[in-house]
Ligand binder design. Structure first.
Ligand code: F6R
Length: 238
């Protein structure tokens, strides 16, 4: 795992955006894997800014998001579908964007459809990941075994509490999600993991102590040959 330590969150966003500019210039028909949550928001604004400045073009790129609550309407402001449109998709020019469908009647059928779409696209060239406080990546929660393909997962109390901040008092927070499995993530050709803030320092330290903690899903990234960790000093424990 290559580690880039940044001064602060803004620098993480600029450093990560540089990687996207190069990736899309080298391979305009790139397949991007994308994440939601707070951490990528600044990166997405930076990508929008660079798109508006004519520095990056997504017109031949396609994207697959990591996860989506289940069940949830795409029109729900807390759906990841809505989040992606709001923060990125409506502001740049992707050829095609995909997320697991939180409105699907049958989650098993939806997971198989998503995996088939991803396989038909040739897999992910560049995957963006954040990390949960419990070490989850996508919504692969700490477990004794991890499904390879996309699956319906019961969210842990830690993830429900961490994400409850986004839901208003009158909004029901789904307690399940559809997520790309560990196989789908590790099959990505390149991975960028972004981690920001002192609140993430403890979980981030599990990536640096020379062990694979099997109850920390992000540690499985240590087995991948091309992961770039972009972390700020606070999350790096400084
Ligand atoms: C969301 C996702 C999650 C988040 C993680 C961190 O698509 O993949 O694994 O990356 O929950 O979320 P934030 O960035 O809000 O701390």
């Amino acid at each position: 795992m290559k580690k880039i330590v940044c001064e602060n969150y803004d620098e993480i966003c600029r450093v990560a955006a540089d990687i996207y500019v190069k990736q899309l210039s080298d391979k305009p028909d790139t397949v991007l894997g994308l994440a939601t949550g707070s951490t990528p928001i600044g990166l997405y604004s930076e990508l929008v800014r660079r798109y508006q400045a004519g520095e990056i073009d997504f017109s031949r790129a396609v994207s697959f998001n990591l996860d989506e609550y289940y069940p949830i309407k795409k029109s729900h402001p807390q759906s990841y579908d809505y989040f992606m449109r709001d923060n990125l998709f409506d502001k740049v020019n992707f050829a095609k964007t995909m997320l697991p469908n939180g409105e699907a009647d049958d989650p098993g059928v939806e997971c198989a459809r998503y995996d088939a779409e991803l396989e038909a696209a040739g897999g992910i060239d560049l995957m963006l990941l954040g990390i949960g406080l419990n070490g989850h990546i996508g919504f692969n929660e700490p477990a004794v075994s991890y499904p390879l393909g996309t699956y319906l997962v019961d969210l842990t109390q830690s993830s429900l509490e961490a994400n409850s901040r986004f839901f208003g008092p009158d909004e029901t927070q789904p307690n399940r999600a559809l997520t790309l499995g560990i196989g789908g993530i590790l099959a990505s050709k390149k991975i960028i993991l972004i981690i920001s803030g002192a609140v993430k320092a403890e979980i981030a330290s599990k990536l640096f102590d020379g062990k694979i903690h099997t109850d920390v899903p992000a540690c499985l990234l240590l087995l991948h040959p091309d992961v770039t960790l972009i972390i700020d000093r606070a999350a790096n424990g400084e």
